[in-house]
Design a binder for this molecule. Structure first.
Ligand code: IPD
Ligand code: CA
Ligand code: CA
Ligand code: CA
Length: 272
């Protein structure tokens, strides 16, 4: 019990250290991101800096926690993430998004983050999300609350959609006229206070956790987008489900997150 407690505290300290250092590497390369490559299409990009950040974080984990598995976006994440996860899901593992919000980074929009989670037996126990441009570091340890720069954070208490600012985003392959997200936005129009598309899913979850926005939904996210953020949100009193309302699991294809209080009304409104 005591040994596990101090191991998990040191995992948390390590995740914070890695996220901050990677954030500095990224911030230094804003406006100088090197070669930009297309992955699946013109909305799906990766830069040298994504890889630099990921290589640094992977190297630190491999050196300091050589027995832990790692799932990260630019390395092995694309092809067989679920298989990787299933075959390694026992014990401790790390789920890493080296830059969440690459499009913002490429366009010089100062809203992106490093997202690092530690998972134990399939469940996030530590989550860290760091935006180097605002120097805001969100962190949580399971059962120990959620924090921004050391201050405890909580979800907001909006109780109806009419008081809620909600956010969403398109998965790169789904930015098309008539897509489900477009219809969901139409269904929400005039019902929520307003809507945002901020471009970094990990930060959307942290924004709900700290009361800046009230809800977020997104299809087609990957575990590295959500693993840290959903723990931070849960520890701040929020809720995350799939679009049917089932508790969110890292490989669910849809995520609906909120402060909890608007959750049912939100689910009902965006129901396809
Ligand atoms: C993306 C961001 C974005 C979301 C995309 C994600 P990336 O992650 O989280 O907000 O809309 O679906 O892929 O590619 O910048 O790490
Ligand atoms: Ca990406
Ligand atoms: Ca991401
Ligand atoms: Ca990324």
């Amino acid at each position: 019990e005591v040994v596990q407690h101090s191991l998990e505290q040191s995992l948390c300290n390590s995740a914070i250290e890695y996220a901050k250092h990677a954030g500095v590497l990224i911030g230094d390369r804003l406006g100088n991101m090197g070669k930009v490559e297309q992955k699946k299409n013109a909305s799906d990009l990766v830069t040298e800096v994504d890889k630099l950040s990921e290589d640094y974080i992977r190297h630190k984990i491999q050196t300091e926690y050589p027995k832990h598995w790692i799932l990260s976006e630019e390395d092995c994440g694309q092809a067989d993430s679920y298989e990787t996860f299933k075959s390694h899901k026992t014990g401790y593992g790390w789920i890493v998004d080296p830059i969440d919000g690459t499009t913002n980074f490429i366009h010089g929009i100062p809203h992106f983050a490093v997202s690092i989670a530690v998972v134990k037996d399939g469940e996030p126990i530590i989550g860290v999300v760091y935006n180097p441009m605002t120097d805001e570091l969100y962190s949580a340890r399971k059962s120990f609350g959620a924090y921004r720069n050391g201050q405890r954070i909580h979800v907001g208490d909006e109780s109806v959609l009419a008081e809620a600012v909600v956010a969403t985003g398109f998965q790169a392959s789904d930015f098309k006229a008539g897509s489900r997200v477009v219809k969901q936005i139409d269904a929400l129009a005039g019902k929520s206070r307003n809507i945002r598309m901020l471009g970094a899913a990990s930060l959307d979850l942290c924004f709900i956790a700290s009361g800046r926005i009230t809800g977020f939904w997104h299809e087609g996210l990957n575990p590295w987008d959500t693993a840290a953020g959903i723990l931070i949100l849960a520890e701040a009193g929020g809720n995350s489900t799939d679009k049917e309302g089932n508790p969110y699991f890292l490989f669910h294809d849809s995520l609906v997150a909120s402060n909890g209080k608007i959750h049912d009304e939100f689910l009902k409104t965006i129901k396809p």
